[in-house]
Design a protein around this ligand. Structure first.
Ligand code: 5AD
Ligand code: SF4
Length: 484
């Protein structure tokens, strides 16, 4: 059977192949997708947003909860037909789910050509090529965390950060920089240490070189990424140690960098030098994401978080004392194994007292291969998880609204990110020229203004607020000289 793929070369008239990518999951995955696309572009691919035009269809996946995996398996089911119509198309499953499910992905979805874990992403172009050449699927994953010495396992998770691809960023003015890979905390519910491998801090020289490159490309806001970013520690040969606070000082000195953030922090590693750096550096965002996960000591113990609820609250008090006005956000898991109504009420109490800017709330999802899955029954019924999720969210939303409304009348400095989606439209506005940006505390601000403001820092006077958005106005004097 002579199909098109054998008679017409792949790619367009100029011979450039097209790649389509979908990303699920966290900021780390967005960054990985950017790096994969950069590497493929070097190999002659160009990015397309039209899946029907693609020569390669890639899914960068997440396995932190079952829901994220279900989404990918159903997408893989849907594109079976694309492959039937166009057998030359390559299909790739990248990232955390590739590392977790490995060869079983090929059993469930035999039309997949490459399965590539997060520690092997630098090899995407070669593996796509090999799958074509050999006419069989390619599997590239790192070692299991129990399958060797720390050195051999670490070596199997390769870093490849310097390749950057501006067109893949949320905006041309904002970029992520990875400072750490992997995680060694092994919280009992979490799959991340298995799929992202051992904790490794990148050398400061590489991080700073990347930050300088980004600043030269016009990036104004840099967000440093790590699963436990405040555990960053790099020892030089001469015994000197670089910590996250040292990185903040060094990046602060790079001309062009106007705002620096870092996510996600671990409560036990919230050291004073870091808090003081955030306090003292005017370009450090006064915002810290530091998940509590639960407000009940017994649950925290079963999660192996290695702190108590009172330790967490004392840490919060220290943060607020050191950095006046700091905005703090958190993550919570509801319905974890053995979470009683009383345990849940303790979490509610913590959220009431902590006054987070916002909280991300998740229903516990069993992850095969984790300690929790092996040790504890998933005994909170789905309906109870759902109710606790809604209840906790309602408590947080009321607090967010109250705290946001307190900001009415203040003037905030905002980095303008782009046009606002119509869903955040302010009542009574016609929605034309609505822009969105963030304050130094990471609060979203929507206001009217010309598109020329995108990428600039401007002052916005806050006039109204919902739980997630502040609404404001740019003082007329500040708009003088900006083309309308
Ligand atoms: N089930 C539900 N939520 C989880 N998270 C991590 N693992 C699980 C799981 N098995 C949540 C945690 C973490 C966030 C990124 O995802 O709250 O901070
Ligand atoms: Fe997962 Fe815990 Fe590591 Fe965060 S600190 S990535 S929750 S194991």
């Amino acid at each position: 059977m002579a199909d098109d793929a054998t008679t017409i070369p792949d790619g367009d008239a100029r011979g450039r192949k097209k790649v389509y990518i979908e990303t699920v999951g966290c900021q780390m995955n967005l960054l990985d997708s950017e790096l994969v696309i950069a590497r493929l572009r070097d190999e002659g691919y160009e990015l397309t947003t039209d899946i029907d035009q693609a020569d390669a269809i890639l899914y960068n996946t997440c396995s932190v909860r079952q829901h994220a995996e279900d989404k990918i398996y159903s997408a893989l089911g849907r594109i079976k037909n694309v492959k039937k119509r166009k057998p030359g198309v390559s299909i790739g499953v990248l990232g955390c789910m590739a590392q977790k499910d490995q060869g079983s992905i090929l059993k469930r979805a035999p039309h997949v050509d490459v399965v590539i874990g997060p520690g092997q992403l630098g090899r995407v172009p070669q593996l796509l090529e090999e799958a074509k050449r050999e006419g069989k699927p390619q599997l590239a994953v790192s070692l299991d965390r129990r399958a060797g010495t720390r050195e051999t396992i670490t070596a199997s998770f390769e870093g490849y950060d310097p390749d950057r691809e501006p067109s893949m960023r949320p905006s041309p003015f904002q970029a992520f920089v990875r400072v750490m890979m992997g995680c060694d905390k092994f919280c009992t519910y979490c799959i991340v240490p298995s799929v992202r491998g051992p904790e490794q801090s990148r050398p400061p020289g590489a991080i700073l070189a990347e930050a300088r490159l980004l600043a030269a490309q016009g990036v104004k806001e840099i967000t440093l990424l790590g699963q436990t970013v405040n555990s960053y520690k790099h020892r030089e040969g001469d015994g000197r140690t670089t910590r996250l606070s040292d990185l903040l000082y060094a990046i602060h000195d790079i001309p062009g960098v106007e705002r620096i953030k870092f996510i996600t922090s671990f409560p036990n590693d919230m050291t004073d030098d870091l808090l003081q750096a955030v306090r003292d550096l005017p370009r450090a965002s006064r915002y810290i994401h530091v998940p509590a996960q639960s407000g009940c000591d017994e649950v925290l113990r079963r999660m192996k978080r290695m702190y108590s609820a009172s330790f967490y609250e004392e840490m919060l008090a220290r943060m607020r004392e050191t950095i006046p006005g700091v905005a703090v956000s958190s993550d919570f898991i509801v319905g974890f194994c053995g979470e009683s109504e009383e345990s849940f009420e303790r979490t509610v109490g913590l959220v009431e007292r902590a006054r987070f800017k916002n909280s991300f709330i998740f229903k516990y999802s069993r992850r095969q291969g984790t300690k929790a899955d092996a040790l504890f029954p998933d005994d909170v019924p789905e309906a109870v998880k759902k109710r606790r999720n809604n209840d906790l969210l309602a408590v947080q939303t009321a607090i967010s609204l109250e705290d946001n409304r307190r900001l009415i009348g203040e003037t905030a400095e905002v980095l303008v990110e782009g046009r606002s989606r119509s869903t955040t439209r302010r009542e009574g506005w016609d929605g034309t020229d609505q822009l969105t940006g963030r304050t130094a505390c990471d609060r979203i601000v929507v206001f009217e203004g010309p598109e020329e403001l995108v990428g600039r820092f401007i002052r916005v006077r806050i006039e109204d607020a919902s739980a997630v958005t502040l609404f404001g106005r740019v003082p007329a004097a500040d708009l003088a000289g900006v083309p309308a």
